[in-house]
Write a new protein. Structure first.
Length: 94
């Protein structure tokens, strides 16, 4: 059985005539509708933007330092224990 999905979300935008002409021209070069061209372009840009904000690229030295810090045992000092206890009280009381 083949699942058929329906596109039911919309985005409307206003633009200058020259911008519309440019989008139509670019879409025609790629054999796409303007909607498909704009959607593909926007999704590609969105993916790059999300990656810029959510992905951390480290060199070898920095990545080793990061992973060593993650694997090191946690040292519970008085302030950390107090903060965890306070957090537990706040979370459990709700």
């Amino acid at each position: 059985m083949v699942a058929i999905t329906q596109n039911d979300e919309r985005i409307n935008l206003r633009l200058k005539h020259t911008a519309k002409l440019m989008l139509e021209r670019a879409a025609s070069f790629e054999g796409q509708t303007v909607s498909k061209f704009v959607l593909n372009s926007a999704l590609s840009r969105a993916e790059k933007t999300i990656q810029e904000y959510e992905v951390i690229n480290l060199n070898v030295k920095d990545s080793e330092t990061f992973f060593n810090a993650l694997s090191a045992p946690v040292k519970f000092n008085r302030k950390l224990v107090a903060a965890l206890n306070e957090h537990e009280k706040c979370v459990n009381s709700k």
